[in-house]
Design a protein around this ligand. Structure first.
Ligand code: SAM
Length: 208
């Protein structure tokens, strides 16, 4: 186990409730295998909970129905979200074989029944997969991400895209693409501001 691994912050039990043991198990796996499998850099261990697991799970209250997490990679934000919301169905979409194997192994270990892993690029699933919501974190800038993910949404479906400080600038740069793909009510929401942790910024938008 890495020596500089972040201790579980108090807010974790608050956010995961009676699912905290599953979150601990995922954090433990990620700490053991993240760097060897090329899923996380060594600098991420001192902020594994705050920057990755808590950052992801803060979006849990926004979710409903069937959700595709695009470019899931290490399982972020998809796995913490699926742990916190067993009532929501998740498809983790990831093209890279090694990452897909990691995701599938994580699902088997955690025995999450509300998750399936799909090895594909988002654009290969247009006309194949339809969902109520799409989540994504650190996949690409909005102007490139929107054409990949909006075709997956049902009419009235919406985007929950985890973004950092660049959110407003990315929206500005994606104006044309936003119009072309019929997105309305595009906005940035800051989650977790009233909690003892770093907040998470999400770009929300609805497909007309
Ligand atoms: C920087 S990683 C981020 C992983 C994870 N979301 C996170 O926040 O740690 C980007 C991931 O997106 C995946 N990806 C890139 N292009 C994609 C596409 N067109 N469709 C689906 N996944 C894609 C990559 O394989 C990679 O695992």
């Amino acid at each position: 186990m890495p020596e500089d691994l972040e201790q579980e912050p108090e807010v974790a039990a608050q956010l995961f409730g009676d699912r905290i043991e599953l979150a601990r198990s995922f954090a433990d796996d990620l700490a053991r295998h993240g760097e060897p499998l090329g899923l996380l850099g060594p600098l991420e261990y001192p902020r594994l909970w705050t920057r990755h697991i808590i950052n992801s799970v803060l979006a849990a209250p926004l979710l409903r129905g069937r959700v595709a997490d695009i470019g899931s990679g290490a399982g972020l934000p998809g796995i913490p979200l699926a742990i916190a919301r067993p009532d929501v169905e998740f498809v983790l979409v990831e093209p890279m074989e090694r990452r897909v194997e990691w995701l599938q192994r994580s699902m088997d270990r955690l025995e999450l029944e509300n998750v399936r892993v799909e090895r594909a690029r988002a654009e290969e699933l247009h006309d194949v997969l339809t969902v109520d919501q799409v989540t994504a974190r650190a996949v690409s800038a909005l102007s490139k991400l929107i054409p990949l993910v909006v075709p997956l949404l049902v009419h009235g479906g919406d985007l929950v895209l985890l973004k950092g400080k660049s959110a407003e600038a990315e929206i500005e740069a994606a104006r044309k693409v936003i119009r072309k793909h019929g997105l309305v009510d595009v906005r940035v929401e800051e989650l977790g501001v009233d909690l003892d942790t770093e907040s998470t910024r999400v770009v929300r938008a609805t497909a007309e």
